[in-house]
Design a protein around this ligand. Sequence first.
Ligand SMILES: [Fe+2]
Length: 559
Amino acid sequence: MGRPSSVPPPRARNDRREFFKRSGAATVAAAALPVALTDAQAAAAGAFQHGVASGDPLTDRVILWTRVTPAMPKTAVSLTWVVALDPQLSRVVLRGTAKTLPARDYTVKVDAIGLQPGTTYYYRFMAEGSASPIGRTRTLPTGTVDRLRIAVASCSNHAYGYFNAYARIAERADLDLVLHLGDYLYEYGAGQYGSVRTPEPVTEMVTLADYRLRHAQYKRDADLQAVHRQHPFICIWDDHEIANDSWLSGAENHQSATEGDYAARVAAGLQAYYEWMPIRPVDTVRLRKNWRNFRIGNLVELMMLEERLSARSQPLVATIPTAFGNGFVQTGSFADESRSLLGSEQEAWLSGQLQSSPAQWKLLGQGVMFAQLKLQGAPNAQGGGVFLNPDQWDGYNPARNRVFNVLKGSSTGRPVDNMVVLTGDIHSSWAADLTQDPNNPDTATGGYNPATGQGSRAVEFVGTSVSSPGVDSDTSGSTAGFLRSQNPHFKYINLHKRGYLLLDVTPQRVVGEFWHIDTVASLSNLQTFAAAFEVQAGTNRLVPSAQTTPRANAPLLAP
Ligand SMILES: [Fe+2]
């Protein structure tokens, strides 16, 4: 989700789906400090101008990524790579060769197999007489795991501002991994959604060449390079990796008359995505199918969902005028059981994972807000009230009910406890109890008691954006306060700060810490701890918490 389409730019819409994305648009001043590599720096970087990255760690392997920029076009480029236990690369445990081609835009992916679980490694590529930066990564642990620390990021818009949040995540030496929940890059052309930096190409990305150029520009950002260099990523895409508000067969920001076949555009965007991201394809034929799970010892089952391109039904249009723009109610097409966000195949997979995983916590890494977001709250028996955003799970309420039914249990499955939903997309910070009837105070009829959390079945943390705008005018919190008055299941709402979420998991509890940065208009190293909430095992509801303590003896950062 994000700003409206670019043809013609900028299009004015009074659409509440855009509320969180458009407020504050065009208010960011031009910045003075360049953060992308200069030409001289790029030349010094030799063949490796786009850094290194790692991702999709398992207990015995991890994807290592880089991109070669040959001095002149070549039909093929050969590389060598090493993996070691120390930042000086003196204790090498794996080495190998690789080859890349123009047909994959000179990107390189190695699945480094044969590693030990729960271990930090350092790696480097060599090609064309150059050595890449040294990267640092970590495999997943096995067996009894007493603690996991994760940074959660989303919505990193290069044009809209600097990636200070990435720089702060890069500095945290004690993280196990970084989750990126989508909108890793944005499709818009120059001036259409942010004017701090000029996108490459200057036009909206539509073709394979466009998508590759945009990925390459992002990967030249020094802070993006830093966070990839220090931590393995587990990524899912949201909509902007292809086009705004995408679904199975179209997107709000795709016009077939001028931009061609949508399926071809998706194929181009995904080809570039798989080339440029440290991700292990689940299915090399069905590229849209990238939902996958990661077992993190006995502590966490991490399930990464695909909510855009596999099966999502077209978002419906909100038509009820309100003070905040158009809203909608859960009748008519919104109540259509056949509409889907995940598709039946992924729903069945998710249900099976939730019911069968022996892990203490079930974490869902996914794109759009799961909790209800109402402009006017009402119990379900009275219609449920007026909802804001048809692009999130509110626009797919029957599909959301199917997930709740899994959590509640049935004759074929036991109830599921300890599910924590992690979400991006909406450029703002939220903590929520997840309940099917948040405005019904009678827990005996399936309602929810906001004072005790009774009636909550799971919890959700929505992390704010790296740089994309929220409701930047809500510095007093009045809009957030209004939303909390209508939505008692939210324990925290901040609409105007950028940053990231820090998740600290132990067998006893999951703590979500909201960390905010001061600006995206310029480079800055300021960050602020804003708030923390936790869910204790077996309770399925949030309570206020405190900042957690970093791990002692964290592995050395990469140089
Ligand atoms: Fe976004």
